[in-house]
Design a protein around this ligand. Structure first.
Ligand code: C2E
Ligand code: CA
Ligand code: CA
Length: 788
C-alpha cells in the first residue's frame, strides 16, 4: 500500500526530512539610467514582479498540479513496456471470493510463499504488515515459514508520520514475525490531486533503517533520497498473477522463475488504489512500487527542482527588460525550450520543475505586452507620448512636436506597414543628428525631448530642422505636399506631460498658420494671448458694427487730382489704441471671420463713398479683399446685395486683391465673370511681392496693378527697384491696365514715377488715410490742390 497520504497538503513534503530549497528572493541590482527613463523603469518593474511571482509560486508549490500533469503527459509520450522481472501476486476479488469473502489468512500466505519460492521466485515482498494477531496456530505457521524462507521474504512496515495535525501511528509486523523476516517500507507520499507520488529509498522505524519496497525490489544500495516513480512504464505490461491461482498450483513455474514478487491487495474495495494520470485511471498501490523499482534500476533520479529553469527565465526576462525589444520572441523561445528540455532530461532520470519559470515568463509576457499597448502606437510601431510623459519638470530639455499635417492624405494609398515605415524613417531623421532620446508618435505628430538651447540658437535650429525634414519628406516620398510644422515648448518649469501637450498645440497651430515652427515661450504666449484678445475684440466690433474706416486718396500723377481712395481700417475699439489693420485681418482669418470683416468695411465704405461720387462721378472707391474670398459665392452675393441696398454704382467700386492662393479653383472663374459683368473693377495689390507674378496677371483679369511700396520706396537708392517699377509699368500698360504706385513719400519719387509714365500714386506725400469729411474737403479743394 501507499499509506493514504495522497490527500496531503502541499507542505507535507517535510515528512521524510525532504525539504524543498527555500526560495531565495531575487533582487536584481538594477541601475536606473537617466536616458531610458520611464519606459525602462516600467519594464524593469514588470521583470521584477514577474520573477517574484515565479519564485513565490515555486515556494508555495502553486503550479505543482500543472507540473505533475505535464510530467504525466511526458511519461505518456515515452510509454514503454515494463521489464518482466518483477511481478504482482494479486489478492483480487476472485481470490477473495474463493476464500468466502475473507482475507486469505496466515496459513494460506505461508503456502503461497512456499509455492512461489519453490517455483524459483527470488524475493517475496508483502505489501502488508501482518501487524494484527490471527490465531496462535496460524501465526506460528507463518513464523515457521518465515524462518524456513529467511532472506527471501519481506514484510511491510510504515513509520509514524504527521499529516498536518493528524498523527498516524506506525504499522509494524508482530514481534515474532519481525524476528524472522526483513521489513520493507510501504509508505509513499502523494501530491495534491494525487497526480504524482514519491517514495523514500530508506525509512527509519524504531531506530532501525529499512529499505522501501521499491528499493528492495530494485536491490537498491544507493544514497537516501526521495524519488518519483517514472510513469513511462506501461502498467498493462506488468506481469500479474492471482493469489488463488498460485495457491492452486495453476501458475506454471516458468512464469515465476527468477522474478521478484510483491503480494498485494487489488480487490476493488481495498482502498489501496491510486491515480495514474493518463493511464488506467486508478491502479493498485503495489503497481507504483513496481514502477518505482524499475525507475531505481535505471539509476537514482536526480531532482534539480525549479531553480535551473528559473535561472533561464531570469536571463530571458532581464534581456527583454534591458533591450527594450518590443517583440516577446525571447520569452516565447525560452518558454518553448523549457517545455522541451524535460522530454530529454526525463530519459536521463533528471527532473526539472519548469512551471514556476513558465509562470514568471507568462507574467512577464503579459506585463510587457501591457507596456507595449500603453506606450506604443501599434499602427506604426512607435512609442506613444505617454512613454515620454512625466509629471515632473525637465530643466535640461526642450520639448519638440512635429506635425505632418496631411499625413492621412498622403498615406491614403499606403498600407499600415508603409505608414509605419514612413513614420519610423522620420523618427530616424529626427534622431539622426542630435542628442535626441526616444521619439513618440501620436495621430500625425512626432514628439521628442532634446537638450535645451538658448533662444536665438533655438530659432535657427528649429527653422533648419523643419526645412531639413520637409526636404527629407519630399525627397524620400516624392511628397512635396506634405509640410512638417514644428512646435517647441521651452517652459522648463512646467511638468513634461503638460509641455508635451503645449508643444503639440504649437505644432498644430504652426501647421494651421502655415509656419515652419512655433516656439512656445513667454513671447509666443504673449503674442498668442494678444491674438486671442484681438479675435475677441473683433467679434465685438463685428457684432456692434463699430469697426471704422478711413480713406487714403489715390492721385492721378499727371493732373494731381484725387481720382479715388482706398478704404483702410482705422479702428479704436472702445476708444483704446488703434488696432493694427494687418493684425486684425490676420486675427479675422484665423478666427474665420474675414468675410464678415470685409462686409462691415464694405458697408461703411459704400455708405460714405457715395458722397465722394456725388462730388466726382468718376471717383473710384477701393476696398481690400482676400482673393481667397473670391471662391465664396455667399460673400459675392452679399456684396451685390449691399451694392443694391445702398444704390452704389458697381463701376465705381474696385476690389484690391492680395492673396494668390487657389486662383486655379474652378469656382473662381465664374465669380470673376459675374463681377466683371456688373462692372466692378479688380486691382492686383502688392504687385512684385509674394507670388503675384505674370501668370497671376494673366489669370486674374484686373484693370489695375498696384506696385508694392517696397519697390517704390527704394527707387531712390536701388537700381533694381527702379528697374522693377519701370518694367511693371510697361507690362501693365501693354496689357491695358492702370498702374498705381503705393507708398510715395517724397516729391522726387513722385517725379520719377511720373517720368516713367505711372498713372496714379498713393502715399504720405499726398495724404494719410483720412475720414470722409476730410477727403471730401480735399476733393472740393479743387484741382491740383494736393500736387502741383
Ligand atoms: P495695403 O492694402 O497695401 O494698404 C496700404 C498700406 O500702406 C496701409 O497700411 C497704409 O496706411 C500704408 N501706407 C499708405 N501710404 C504709405 C506711405 O507713404 N508710406 C508707408 N510706409 N505706408 C503707407 P495699413 O492701413 O496699416 O494697412 C495694412 C494692410 O492691412 C493693408 O495693406 C491691407 O493689406 C490690410 N488692410 C487694411 N484694411 C483692410 C481691409 O479693410 N480689408 C482687408 N482685407 N485688408 C485690409
Ligand atoms: Ca490695398
Ligand atoms: Ca498694397
Amino acid at each position: 500500500m501507499i499509506a493514504s497520504l495522497n490527500n496531503i497538503a502541499t507542505k507535507a513534503r517535510s515528512v521524510f526530512g525532504f525539504e524543498r530549497e527555500e526560495a531565495a528572493v531575487l533582487k536584481p541590482q538594477i541601475e536606473l539610467g537617466s536616458g531610458g527613463g520611464l519606459l525602462r523603469r516600467k519594464r524593469i518593474k514588470v521583470a521584477i514582479l514577474a520573477l517574484l511571482f515565479g519564485v513565490v509560486s515555486a515556494a508555495i508549490e502553486l503550479p505543482l498540479p500543472a507540473e505533475d500533469m505535464y510530467r504525466a503527459v511526458r511519461a505518456h509520450l515515452r510509454l514503454r513496456p515494463m521489464p518482466q522481472d518483477i511481478a504482482v501476486v494479486k489478492i483480487d476479488d476472485k481470490t477473495l471470493r474463493a476464500f468466502g469473502g475473507q482475507d486469505p489468512g496466515r496459513v494460506s500466505d505461508s503456502r503461497v510463499v512456499d509455492i512461489l519460492i519453490a517455483s524459483g521466485v527470488r524475493k517475496v515482498i508483502f505489501d502488508r504488515a501482518h501487524a494484527d494477531r490471527e490465531s496462535p496456530e496460524a501465526d506460528a505457521v507463518f513464523a515457521d515459514m518465515l524462518r524456513r524462507q529467511k532472506g527471501k521474504v519481506w514484510l511491510g512496515v510504515s513509520p509514524d508520520f504527521e499529516i498536518g495535525i493528524q498523527q498516524v501511528t506506525d504499522l509494524k509486523p508482530l514481534d515474532q514475525f519481525q524476528q524472522e523476516a526483513a521489513l520493507a517500507a510501504m509508505n509513499g507520499l502523494g501530491s495534491p490531486f494525487a497526480l504524482s507520488v514519491s517514495f523514500p529509498t530508506y525509512v527509519k522505524v524504531d531506530s532501525k533503517t529499512h529499505r522501501s519496497i521499491s528499493a528492495t525490489l530494485a536491490d537498491y544500495t544507493g544514497p537516501e533520497t526521495t524519488f518519483r516513480p517514472d510513469y513511462a512504464f506501461n502498467i498493462e505490461t506488468l506481469p500479474t498473477f492471482r493469489y488463488v491461482d498460485v495457491l492452486n498450483g495453476d501458475v506454471p513455474d516458468e512464469a515465476l522463475r527468477g522474478k521478484s514478487v510483491i503480494i498485494s491487495y487489488t480487490y476493488e474495495k481495498s482502498n489501496d488504489f491510486f491515480r495514474l494520470p493518463l493511464q488506467n485511471g486508478y491502479v493498485p498501490g503495489s503497481y507504483f512500487h513496481v514502477m518505482g523499482a524499475h525507475t531505481l534500476k535505471r539509476g537514482v533520479p536526480v531532482d534539480l527542482l525549479w531553480l535551473p529553469a528559473m535561472a533561464l527565465a531570469v536571463l530571458a526576462i532581464a534581456a527583454q527588460a534591458f533591450t527594450g525589444s518590443r517583440s516577446r520572441r525571447i520569452l516565447a523561445l525560452v518558454a518553448l525550450g523549457l517545455m522541451a528540455a524535460p522530454l530529454v532530461l526525463d530519459e536521463f532520470n533528471i527532473n526539472v520543475d519548469i512551471m514556476p519559470a513558465l509562470l514568471a515568463l507568462l507574467a512577464a509576457g503579459i506585463g510587457f505586452q501591457r507596456i507595449n499597448r500603453k506606450y506604443f502606437s501599434s499602427d506604426v510601431d512607435a512609442m506613444t507620448t505617454t512613454a515620454l510623459s512625466s509629471d515632473k519638470p525637465d530643466e535640461e530639455r526642450d520639448v519638440y512636436a512635429l506635425k505632418i499635417a496631411n499625413l492621412s492624405e498622403i498615406s491614403e494609398d499606403w498600407s499600415a506597414r508603409e505608414v509605419g515605415e514612413f513614420v519610423n524613417t522620420l523618427i530616424s531623421y529626427v534622431k539622426g543628428p542630435s542628442e535626441v532620446g526616444d521619439v513618440a508618435f501620436e495621430r500625425d505628430i512626432l514628439v521628442w525631448l532634446a537638450p535645451r538651447m538658448d533662444t536665438t540658437e533655438l530659432d535657427r535650429h528649429a527653422d533648419g530642422l523643419a526645412l531639413m525634414l520637409k526636404t527629407a519628406i519630399s525627397y524620400e516620398w516624392q511628397s512635396s505636399t506634405s509640410t512638417p510644422s514644428l512646435g517647441i515648448d521651452t517652459n522648463h518649469d512646467l511638468p513634461v506631460a503638460l509641455r508635451i501637450k503645449k508643444a503639440m498645440q504649437a505644432a498644430d497651430e504652426a501647421a494651421g498658420r502655415g509656419l515652419r515652427f512655433i516656439i512656445n515661450d513667454a513671447a509666443h504666449l504673449e503674442a498668442r494671448n494678444n491674438r486671442l484678445e484681438l479675435i475677441r475684440v473683433l467679434e465685438q466690433g463685428l457684432r456692434e458694427r463699430s469697426i471704422s474706416v478711413a480713406y487714403q486718396p489715390k492721385i492721378d500723377l499727371a493732373s494731381g487730382r484725387i481720382v479715388g481712395a482706398e478704404t483702410l481700417i482705422r479702428w479704436q475699439p472702445d476708444g483704446r489704441e488703434y488696432v493694427n489693420p494687418l493684425d486684425l485681418v490676420l486675427a479675422a482669418e484665423a478666427g474665420d471671420r474675414i468675410n464678415e470683416l470685409t462686409l462691415v468695411v464694405m458697408e461703411a465704405a459704400l455708405i460714405e463713398g457715395k458722397q465722394a461720387i456725388a462730388l466726382d462721378p468718376r471717383f473710384k472707391l477701393a476696398v481690400n479683399m482676400s482673393a481667397k474670398s473670391l471662391s465664396d459665392t455667399h460673400l459675392l452675393f452679399d456684396i451685390m446685395t449691399l451694392l443694391g441696398r445702398f444704390d452704389f454704382p458697381p463701376e465705381n467700386l474696385t476690389l484690391e486683391l492680395t492673396e494668390t492662393a487657389k486662383l486655379d479653383d474652378d469656382r473662381i472663374a465664374p465669380q470673376i465673370a459675374a463681377l466683371k459683368a456688373r462692372g466692378i473693377c479688380l486691382s492686383i495689390d502688392d504687385f512684385g511681392t509674394g507670388e503675384s507674378n505674370l501668370e497671376y496677371i494673366e489669370k486674374l483679369p484686373s484693370s489695375e496693378l498696384k506696385i508694392d511700396r517696397r519697390f517704390v520706396q527704394h527707387m531712390a537708392t536701388s537700381d533694381e527697384s527702379r528697374a522693377v517699377v519701370r518694367a511693371t509699368i510697361e507690362i501693365a500698360h501693354s496689357l491695358g491696365k492702370v498702374v498705381v504706385a503705393e507708398g510715395v513719400e517724397d516729391h522726387a519719387t513722385a517725379a520719377a514715377l511720373r517720368a516713367m509714365g505711372c498713372d496714379q500714386a498713393q502715399g504720405y506725400l499726398f495724404s494719410r488715410a483720412i475720414v470722409m469729411p476730410e477727403l471730401l474737403a480735399m476733393m472740393g479743394g479743387g484741382r491740383n490742390a494736393i500736387y502741383g
